[in-house]
Design a binder for this molecule. Sequence first.
Ligand SMILES: [Zn+2]
Length: 306
Amino acid sequence: MKIISIEKNAIYKFAWLMLFASVILTFPADVHAAKINIVATTSIIGDVVRNVTGNAVDLVVLVGPNGDAHEYEPTPAASVDLAKAGVIFENGLGLEHWLDKLYSASGSSARRVVLSKGVPLRVFKDNPQDIDPHVWQNVANVIIFTKNIREAMERVDPVHKDLYEANAYRYIQQLQGLDAWVRKQVAAIPADKRKLVTNHDALGYFAQAYGFQVIGTVIPSATTEAADPSAKETARLLNVVRAQGVHAVFSENIASSKLARALSKEAGVVVAPDLYTDALGPAGSAGETYIKMICYNVELLKKYLK
Ligand SMILES: [Zn+2]
């Protein structure tokens, strides 16, 4: 009888050992499977985040390709995305004026990371009381975005610290190369031709960084939300366009080019194809990544400002 009881004991011990081993073996697998949920407010921010995180996170972009962050209307799905998120990457400076309300309504406890932190800011020329939120149009500022993303990700997900560091380092090198390339291309445009008339006032940081002058915008406002320009405002812009000898007006991917077309007809100037301003283009387009969008914009400016 004693032999049987020893066997029983051994069976119990074995069963416990197996249970323990299965817990040890499966637990780390579960930890690896659970990726952190990240929300990026715009497609441009989403691209920069993806370059730093690779596939180590689950990423949702709220305002997608060709979307207008100024006029975005949050959806119920966006509220769910915020509630699930561990981190929200936002531009700040009033671009996402709808985010505070959406954040509190969603019950989210995500860490909010404002990517424009540390960026040298400018105010709008025509609205000097307002800070211009379009900081990503200067490549140097997106290098600051990248550093801010890396720092935040290393804090919330230290397991992948080495990955984030290596990815950010590589992407910053690409951005430095892009910045140098832009300067070289711009040097080929005669200085007196570097005058921009854009749809809304989105290229202030670009102009400041790369030696252009924004001489007017079709929509006389910092955002695309403003009402159509008055006859007086349009007449004033027409005068400026004529006086400055501008040959082209630039439309943009996030808004209708109707106004630009009307202006160009009156002023006898060309409407250039859309610049990528506040959003990337869809996958497969010339503006599907931030780096591609800047290259495309610069090529377009070169072509139409000669
Ligand atoms: Zn804008």
